[in-house]
Each structure stands twice: as C-alpha cells, then as structure tokens.
Design a protein around this ligand. Structure first.
Ligand SMILES: [Zn+2]
Length: 277
C-alpha cells in the first residue's frame, strides 16, 4: 500500500496495484475521486484519518471519472461510513441508467496496447482479485449494461464545478469511454485525468484504450490546450513538470522500452490501425 500527499498539493493518493484514488482537500470539505476497488476505498478511509486527521464524515462528495468497475466498485465502502456524502457520476451515465448501452473499446486489441501500464505500480494480488471479482458485476465494461450498487446524488458535465472541491471544474473528456471525465484545478494547473490520460515511464500517455479514434483525438487536442503542471492519472504514477504535455505520448503512439509488456503492446496492439484513423 502506498498513500501520501501528492507533490506539494492539497491532494492525497491511495492506491493498490494500478488503481489510484485521490482525496482533494483544498477546502474544508473532502472530495474523493475514483474509489475504484473496496480495498483501495478502505485504504482511503484510513488515510483520511491517519494522514489528514479527518473522518469519513468530512467527505462531502465522491466523484467518479467514469463508470468502469475499477472506478466505482469501492463507492459503497465509503458511503457506508459517510452517509451524508453524495456520489456524482459523469452526465452520460444518466443515459446509461436510462437504458442506453455504453460503448466499450475492443477488449483484446485495445487492452494489449495498455499492457505496460500494468507494471507502472507495485503489483497487488488482492487488487487483482477484487478487479476480477467486481469487473463483471459493477459499473460497465464487464456487464453489457451499467450496474450500480448505489444511487448517484447527481451527474456532472463540462464546465460544472466539481462537487466538494473548491476551484475545481469538470471537463468532459470522451475517448476511453463516452462518459470519461477529468477534474481540473486551474490555480495549481492540476489535472485529475481518470483514464483519459495515464502515465508510463514518467510521461503522460493519452489512453490507447479508446472507443472511437476521432473522439479520442479531439479530447487529446482539448486536454493539450490546458496548462497542466501536475497530472494525476487513474492508472500510473502522478507526474509533474513545467508542461506535462511536452513529453506526452499521443493515443496513437506505441510505448517504447524493451520490457515484455511494451514489446507485446507494440507487436499486438494494432498501432497501424490507430495511426491511420
Ligand atoms: Zn476505464
């Protein structure tokens, strides 16, 4: 388990294997972003008490960047301890809950591109087990339709203020999924990117897992137009620099490196198709 303040920001991170959860504490209230797995959510609650000297009751909002299982499966672990906090999902999820079937990226050819990210953070067999268990029952991506074990308090869309976080705004960033959402803090030039952008080898990587290349391309252009000095991804280590986009890989750029995952990604990821779209 790792858990700590991220850089010099009023943000803490709890993670297991490649699953990151962030707690924003820029104001008197706490906002939890992406309590993806129950064990990560439990770690997050411990971190709130141990490191922040606060309690679950101080959590004003849980905000999920999208409704994939590894971003929503731990929600009820926190709401069980914090009965007054509201859970907010991206606006598109309201359509999913009304019956629209979410789009998913092609599982094999897309996921193989993403492989190197698996080794970016310390492996946890418990996290893998939870991911395997919940991946088929909560959120979407496993089940054909969305399935939730909580009722959202509301939905957030482009330009909205992020619930529970002073100075944070909501950015709709479709591509990885149609509901993908980021949270941006202009004052500190910080982007909590969910799965719109991951990190690899200390560099940002616009997610090579995507449902539609044109949509992913537009989102990449949009996010690159933001000033970002701190990138806090859903998967991978947070990175910082004067301009994190300077060294960023496009979603069409294969990973470098000689590791087995990077080699598999390059060999089997169908990069030619992505680059030609
Ligand atoms: Zn995802």
């Amino acid at each position: 388990m790792t858990s700590s303040t991220v850089f010099d920001l009023d943000i803490s991170r709890s993670s297991a294997w490649i699953f990151n959860c962030y707690v924003v504490h820029t104001g008197p209230e706490l906002a939890v972003i992406d309590p993806g797995l129950p064990l990560v959510a439990r770690q997050t609650l411990e971190m709130i008490e141990r490191e922040l000297g606060r309690s679950a009751g101080d959590v004003a909002a849980i905000n999920c960047t999208h409704a994939h299982p590894d971003h929503v499966a731990g929600v009820t672990t926190i709401t069980a301890q914090s009965t007054s906090c509201g859970v907010h999902l991206p606006q598109r999820c309201e359509d999913y809950l009304a019956g629209e079937r979410p789009r998913n990226f092609p599982l094999v050819e897309s996921s193989v591109r993403f492989l190197p990210v698996w080794s970016e953070q310390p492996f946890s067999i418990k996290a893998l087990a939870e991911f395997a268990r919940h991946g088929k029952s909560i959120g979407f991506g496993g089940p054909p339709d969305i399935a939730l074990d909580f009722t959202p308090a509301g939905f957030v869309d482009e330009g909205d203020a992020m619930p529970g976080g002073e100075g944070w705004e909501v950015i709709h960033a479709p591509g990885h999924t149609d509901d993908s959402t980021c949270f941006y803090h202009a004052e500190t030039e910080t982007l909590i990117s969910g799965d719109a952008v991951v990190t690899l080898d200390g560099r940002a990587w616009f997610n090579p897992e995507y449902v539609e290349a044109d949509v992913a391309h537009r989102t990449e252009e949009r996010l690159r137009s933001l000033k970002v000095r701190h990138l806090l991804p859903g998967h991978g280590e947070p990175i910082q620099g004067p301009d994190v986009w300077q060294s960023a890989r496009s979603f069409t750029t294969p990973p470098s490196g000689s590791g087995v995952f990077a080699r598999c990604s390059r060999r089997f990821g169908k990069w030619g198709d992505a680059a030609s779209t």
